[in-house]
Design a protein around this ligand. Structure first.
Ligand SMILES: NC(=O)C1=CN([C@@H]2O[C@H](COP(=O)(O)OP(=O)(O)OC[C@H]3O[C@@H](n4cnc5c(N)ncnc54)[C@H](OP(=O)(O)O)[C@@H]3O)[C@@H](O)[C@H]2O)C=CC1
Ligand SMILES: Nc1nc2c(ncn2[C@@H]2O[C@H](COP(=O)(O)O)[C@@H](O)[C@H]2O)c(=O)[nH]1
Ligand SMILES: [K+]
Length: 479
């Protein structure tokens, strides 16, 4: 990456900078590879944050199916993590994971999971797990909230037979011919997944992130305290593909100790450690065994660290410096936090990140762990909170005695409650991935780059005023 004009003497964040187009020989945005090349097997440079409100098994599976990587949070109990990893591994790599309900469940219950939008639907199984039928989610909009789902099953929705679908293009064509937005996929009468026309289309554009056995990939985080070796071994035996060691201040001896212990286990999987913002920290973490360094102190949407402590660093400069240091050492950087638009992902990659970690933005999606709520104006949202918030600290340390717990909660560095609204046009994670990857593919072609590595070297970055940033926004209402 090069600066367009003078190299700045102060630190910058994403809004401070822009990408300058340069001469390009690339004929199509589809001629671009977004694979991060960081040893994780991901095919798009998107990682979901290890936050309780962001990454659960469903979001991790949906993200891996499109080539990204979900990081399950360290606050899940080990048994729960084990079950979540195995669940992700059991999901289809070709078809969407169904939302399954029983015939006695009500419409109100279903609407807490699935909004009444095109392309979504419910699978109804009996108490033995046998398939009874399917309901297009749009149907929920006009049904009474106390109606039983079983009573909405008359007139079975057309299903697809897995044997008839030799490829995603075929699935798309079959659904278009049958005028279906959503369909269950059956194999010998058993449900193996669902498809929307959009998801069939996506399968022609994305490549899933897979492990050596062809199953969806998934990452998990652990903290730096307790028996880190036992936790790391347990996650590896459950099949985790990437291990993340995560603490607020990643450049501390406790982290280096924990990292060495995990690296010495030789688990044969990439080890990510963070969070840090300097080249010195990268050298120490890579020296202790990290192959990927997680970068970002204070940019997160739920994060109050900068206001509480003044500590952190504007994220674009933090990524630029640490990615250069990591590259020298044969390691990689994930840019973690502060991403609100596809442009931020493009800028993090331009600064040298292999992948970009997104939290709060993904908390407002159908696949995120929380239940859907509706505000007074009828807009759908999910709750989110910081992992260092009073709420998270209370839940994390719920087994401590009240005195110790009270001491811990004094040091909160995150907000405990926020509403993250679902984008009515993009309510699912996959809709956001479409938006991010199409934006970033286009960024690559403006820079004349066909790969993440080429984008690192070819990007030309300018510095803009607040007015320059404002000018870039669209104007939905006249001025
Ligand atoms: N990226 C960011 O800007 C930040 C992210 N977070 C996220 O919040 C979550 C919780 O993090 P964390 O607070 O580390 O988890 P914990 O509360 O589990 O703390 C882990 C350990 O680190 C110690 N610790 C915490 N902060 C510091 C510090 N500034 N200097 C030295 N030691 C420290 C704690 O000790 P003690 O409590 O006794 O001090 C504890 O022993 C993580 O997911 C983390 O990534 C949190 C803050 C900033
Ligand atoms: N200082 C804090 N940082 C937090 C907290 N919870 C999460 N995080 C960090 O934010 C990113 C995600 O950023 P986002 O802008 O995409 O939401 C996450 O990966 C953590 O590094 C917190 O309570 N305090
Ligand atoms: K912040």
């Amino acid at each position: 990456m090069q600066f367009y004009g003078a190299v700045p003497s102060h630190d910058l964040t994403y809004s401070d900078v822009f990408l300058v187009p340069s001469q390009s020989g690339i004929r199509s945005r589809l001629d671009v590879s977004l694979a991060p090349g960081d040893g994780t097997g991901a095919t798009i440079p998107v990682v979901s944050a290890n936050m309780n409100s962001v990454t659960g098994p469903r979001l991790a599976a949906a993200l891996a199916r499109r080539g990204g990587l979900g990081v399950l949070p360290q606050d899940m109990h080990l048994q729960e993590l084990d079950a979540a990893i195995r669940w992700v591994k059991a999901q289809s790599t070709r078809f969407d994971t169904p939302f399954v309900f029983g015939p006695a469940d009500t419409v109100a219950l279903a609407l807490r999971q699935v909004p009444p939008v095109a392309g979504q639907g419910l699978v109804i199984n009996d108490e033995h797990g046998s398939y009874l039928g399917c309901i297009d989610a749009a149907r929920l909009a006009t049904a009474l909230s106390d109606a039983r789902l079983g009573d909405l099953l008359h007139g079975r929705l057309t299903s697809l037979d897995a044997d008839d679908i030799e490829g995603p293009r075929r699935a798309f064509d079959l659904m278009t011919a049958a005028e279906l937005d959503f369909a269950p996929v059956l194999h010998h009468g058993a449900i193996v997944g669902t498809l929307s026309r959009k998801s069939a289309l996506r399968s022609t554009l994305y490549q899933p992130a897979l492990d050596a056995q062809g199953r969806l990939s998934v990452a998990a985080a652990i903290g730096i305290n307790g028996d880190v070796a036992a936790k790391a071994r347990a996650l590896a035996s459950a099949g985790v593909d990437v291990l993340v060691l995560d603490t607020a201040h990643g450049h501390q001896e406790g982290m280096l100790r924990a990292l060495k212990i995990v690296a010495d286990l030789d688990l044969g999987i990439p080890i990510v450690a963070g969070n840090v913002v300097t080249a010195d920290a990268v050298a120490d973490l890579v020296g202790a065994g990290a192959t990927i360094v997680k970068v970002g102190v204070g940019p997160g949407a739920m994060c109050t660290t900068r206001m509480m402590t003044a500590v952190g660093r504007p994220q674009f400069s933090a990524v630029l410096e640490t990615a250069a240091a990591a590259r020298e050492l044969g390691a990689h950087v994930w840019a973690d936090g502060g991403v609100r638009y596809p442009r931020d992902v493009a800028l993090a990659l331009a600064a040298g990140a292999a992948s970009v970690m997104i939290g709060s933005w993904f908390a407002g999606t159908i696949e995120a762990p929380g239940t859907l709520a509706t505000d007074a104006a009828g807009a759908l949202y999910k709750e989110s909170w910081g992992m260092a918030s009073t709420k998270a600290v209370r839940e994390r340390f719920d087994r401590l005695d009240p005195y110790e717990l009270a001491r811990k909660t004094l040091f909160a560095e995150g907000i405990s409650s926020s509403k993250i609204y679902l984008d009515p046009l993009r309510p699912s994670l996959e809709d956001l991935l479409d938006m991010i990857t199409s934006g970033v593919r286009s960024s690559f072609t403006y820079a004349g780059a066909t790969s993440v590595a080429e984008f690192h070297t070819r990007s030309l970055v300018g510095i803009q005023s607040a007015a320059g940033y404002e000018e870039g926004k669209a104007l939905p209402v006249s001025w």
